[in-house]
Design a binder for this molecule. Structure first.
Ligand code: 5CA
Length: 444
């Protein structure tokens, strides 16, 4: 992409309505624009990051054997009356009446609709286990939408639902989700810690939230500092293996880590004092096991091995896809702007032409651009007639992890400069070496 042809409405001033750094940077970097309270348009740069996150979620769901699908945002109230949640959900649910006076609603989550699909088609244990998920817009009429996309009214969420014959199988699904979420967040450059939590309106006893530690997080958390040393890394887990998934769950949830609602001061007090931590976190996902709550209320039964009709065991699992954009920025920025982890960066590398209009600089930039694209990378070439300082400031603000700077002095020796956004370190090298290095970094 050439910046001269892109839509990147960066703001020089710090927007006064934004209280936290991710919100400020998303507005300043031209990623989003508020449409109304808690509802945002995603401008090209922001949308690109959202899509990167979405793709990682899809890939990791596929790896765990879960099936992608899509359900409507507008749903009939009748289904929600069956589960009893139409009234229970309260003012957070956006209720709509259609022209025939039918009660409809904008989906805040989709346990009812997926259970309706299941009961219409599945009658036997032979069709289990089954896990389906979607990535779809949700609406919750939050009292205090704030912090930009972090607490929106409209937000983009991955929601998955498992159907299993027995509690044991459903707990395997729970553990499997925990494993796949650990891998998902690490691919985005985040450490998200599973913490025992409260299930709220979704229901059930077993639930973990995944929290990214950040001072601006809305959740208060208590944990044993040793938990932050754990990394999932590149483990090769067989997602069908109960033992392997269980072992990962044990490893990542055996030390104390809880949200405010489930905090147990007595238990916490038993951790050696120097390891006790009280902090804040951003909730980027949650997994639930709620047994037969919805299947019994809505009649989702199957025949078991002996021909008995039994309600299926279920759970649901959510990832805050749009919230993650803000959470990643909270975790990865400095005074000059965003620092995208390689896994989610909107463009892989920026090209800054220090002397636009100079024949040799222009040619070198074009050559670089072509070579990077040919390698399968997406460069963003700042080809504007701007001073160098302004170009650097824009690149720093939008946070591409790598920048190649092309100027007449370096080019005289056949050299360009490759700079890391993370630590500011630069290295001079030939054009070919720069392309090779960036390709290597991204593994293409
Ligand atoms: N049905 C379950 C699992 S799919 C469910 O709805 N879980 S949830 O309520 O925990 O939401 C899942 C994730 O969506 C949360 O962990 C959070 O990251 C994100 N989320 C929830 N509310 C908002 C909001 N108002 N704005 C942005 N993201 C949100």
């Amino acid at each position: 992409m050439r910046l001269s042809r892109y839509f990147l409405p960066v703001l020089k001033e710090t927007p006064s309505e934004a209280q936290i750094v991710s919100h400020r940077l998303m507005l300043r970097a031209g990623m989003i624009k508020q449409a109304s309270a808690g509802i945002y348009s995603w401008l090209p740069l922001g949308y690109k990051v959202l899509q990167k996150i979405e793709r990682i979620v899809h890939e990791e769901q596929a790896r765990a054997g879960h099936l992608a699908m899509l359900m409507p945002t507008i749903q009939s109230a009748d289904l929600w009356r069956e589960s009893g949640r139409y009234d229970a959900y309260g003012a957070e649910m956006l209720r709509i009446t259609d022209r025939h006076d039918r009660d409809m609603l904008f989906t805040p989550t989709a346990e009812e609709l997926i259970t309706d699909i299941f009961r219409a088609h599945v009658t036997s244990y032979r069709d289990l286990p089954l896990t389906m998920y979607q990535i779809q817009w949700k609406f919750r009429d939050e009292i205090r939408p704030r912090f930009g996309v972090m607490r929106g009214r409209e937000f983009y969420m991955k929601d998955g639902y498992n159907f299993d014959l027995t509690k044991e199988d459903a707990l395997h699904a729970y553990n499997r989700h925990l494993v796949s979420y650990l891998r998902t967040y690490e691919r985005m450059g985040l450490q998200a810690i599973p913490m025992r939590a409260d299930s709220g309106p979704i229901g059930g006893d077993d639930t973990h939230e995944f929290l990214v530690l950040a001072d601006t997080g809305e959740s208060k958390v208590f944990y044993d500092s040793e938990i932050t040393d754990l990394r999932f890394g590149d483990r090769d887990i067989d997602y069908d293996s109960h033992e392997q998934c269980r072992a990962v769950l044990d490893e990542f949830t055996s030390r104390y880590a809880r949200t405010d609602e489930t905090h147990d001061p007595e238990l916490f007090g038993k951790i050696p004092e120097e390891r006790q931590r009280m902090a804040r976190g951003i909730e980027v996902g949650q997994i639930f096991y709620f047994g037969t709550k919805y299947s019994e209320a809505m009649g989702a039964y199957v025949n078991d091995h002996d021909g008995n009709r039994v309600p299926v065991h279920m759970g649901s699992h959510g990832i805050g896809v749009s919230r993650l954009v803000g959470a990643i920025i909270e975790a990865c920025h400095d005074d000059n702007g965003i620092i995208w982890p390689e896994g989610v960066t909107p463009f892989h590398v920026g090209i800054v032409n220090l002397k636009q209009g100079d024949a040799s600089c222009d040619t070198a930039c074009e050559d670089l651009y072509e070579a990077l694209a040919a390698a399968g990378l997406e460069p963003l070439y700042d080809d504007r007639e701007e001073r160098a300082g302004a170009k650097f400031a824009t690149m720093d603000l939008i946070g591409l992890p790598w920048r190649i700077t092309v100027g007449p002095r370096g080019l005289a020796n056949g050299k360009v400069e490759l700079t890391s956004r993370r630590n500011g370190e630069s290295e001079e090298m030939s054009l070919e070496a720069a392309v090779a290095r960036v390709s290597e970094i991204y593994g293409v």
